[in-house]
Design a protein around this ligand. Structure first.
Ligand SMILES: Nc1nc2c(c(=O)[nH]1)N[C@H]1C(S)=C(S)[C@@H](COP(=O)(O)O)O[C@H]1N2
Ligand SMILES: [Mo]
Length: 333
């Protein structure tokens, strides 16, 4: 999503050239069979090639206990875990899809402090263990639609942001919620070097209107596929707002602040004409440089899998429509 942005994945499913341009040399060699034996062992080599499979050691993840409420299970085919944890956007660790898994494996997420403050009666601090122990955890299988027109289906584990905000007791003057990612250039190479970090002014910040933040779909995620989050997916805690483009779902959060003014948000600050504050998934409102009418769903297929599907309004979460009933969603994109 750098500026100017070229979608890293071609809008044509079988545009091999664009993919080749995108892939770094090591990955390309691997794809072509010059590196690594794993692709040769795959049953149907060309269909199952996934150049983002990583051979680096992963950070240790802990099994979590959680319930599986039936209303948050989903018929959609889940994106395999290996893809969820190896194809990421996390510019603090580099701008290519494979940079986060490569550069975040040693990211220290313990100790950690998450602060909730601002316009609240009871400011809260959660330490590393409280993040997974303070609230009962649920598994929620959500669609994740990136503004770049690809999507995944991820079994997140977490708790409602509303539960956390209620504990803090927002004042009646609170209208918005501002979120902030960790700022630590020693740990995050993209914060240290603007060429690595895509020229973004860090820390990464995001925001929601208070009613969006209180919606039961809005999740604080601490895990996926049964275990704690890997660093590349936003450990130890990240936001997941399934009806909005993925960039709203801010990772590795250290602060949540209640405010009376709409807070600045990272991608809006970088290119306001391309990325709005609301960023609701909307097939009818095109990005200035590409259509949002359809998306490439990443499931079990290989790199060239033909998985283009129509994009749904609010990413299919029509229950949020009432939050925007008097708003022009073309103007407030
Ligand atoms: N701090 C931070 N949060 C971030 C990003 C980022 O670069 N930095 N990228 C966003 C984007 S564009 C997307 S699509 C999702 C990707 O989440 P995933 O890698 O877990 O699939 O994270 C979002 N959260
Ligand atoms: Mo994204």
């Amino acid at each position: 999503m750098s500026k100017p942005f070229k979608p890293s994945v071609s809008l044509t499913d079988n545009d091999v050239t664009a993919q080749s341009v995108y892939l770094n040399r090591r990955q390309l060699l691997k794809t072509m069979g010059f590196l690594g034996a794993s692709t040769l062992l795959a049953p149907s080599a060309s269909a199952s090639i996934w150049p983002w499979s990583d051979d680096k050691p992963h950070a240790k993840r802990t099994a979590l206990s959680y319930s599986q409420p039936s209303q948050y299970q989903l018929a959609d085919t889940k994106t395999p875990e290996q893809k969820v944890v190896s194809y990421n956007n996390f510019y603090e660790f580099g701008t290519s899809k494979d940079a986060p898994v490569e550069n975040a494996s040693t990211f220290k997420t313990n100790p950690w402090t998450l602060k909730i403050d601002g316009l609240v009666n009871k400011p809260i601090e959660l330490d590393h263990d409280a993040l997974t122990q303070r609230f009962p955890l649920e598994e929620r299988i959500y669609r994740l639609r990136c503004v770049e027109a690809w999507s995944m289906v991820v079994p997140w584990i977490g708790f409602e942001l509303a539960s956390l905000l209620k504990l803090a007791e927002p004042l009646s003057s609170a209208k918005y919620v501002a979120f902030e990612t960790l700022y630590d250039p020693e740990e995050m190479p993209g914060q240290k070097n603007r060429f690595v970090g895509g020229g973004i002014a860090y820390p990464y910040v995001e925001g929601l209107r208070l009613d969006e933040a209180m919606h039961p779909l809005t999740l604080m995620s601490v895990g996926l596929y049964g275990k704690t989050l890997p660093p590349q997916n936003g450990a130890p805690i990240r936001l997941v707002v399934p009806w909005k483009y993925g960039f709203k779902s801010i990772k590795s959060i250290v602060r949540i602040r209640l405010t009376n003014k709409q807070p600045p948000t990272t991608w809006n600050r970088l290119a306001a004409n391309e990325y709005g504050f609301y960023a609701n998934v909307n097939p009818k409102v095109a990005h200035p440089r590409w259509s949002q009418a359809s998306e490439r769903r990443i499931t079990t297929g290989g790199l060239l899998a033909k998985n283009r599907i129509p994009t749904q309004m609010f990413n299919g979460y029509s229950e949020v429509a009432s939050l925007y009933k008097d708003m022009n969603l073309t103007r407030f994109y």
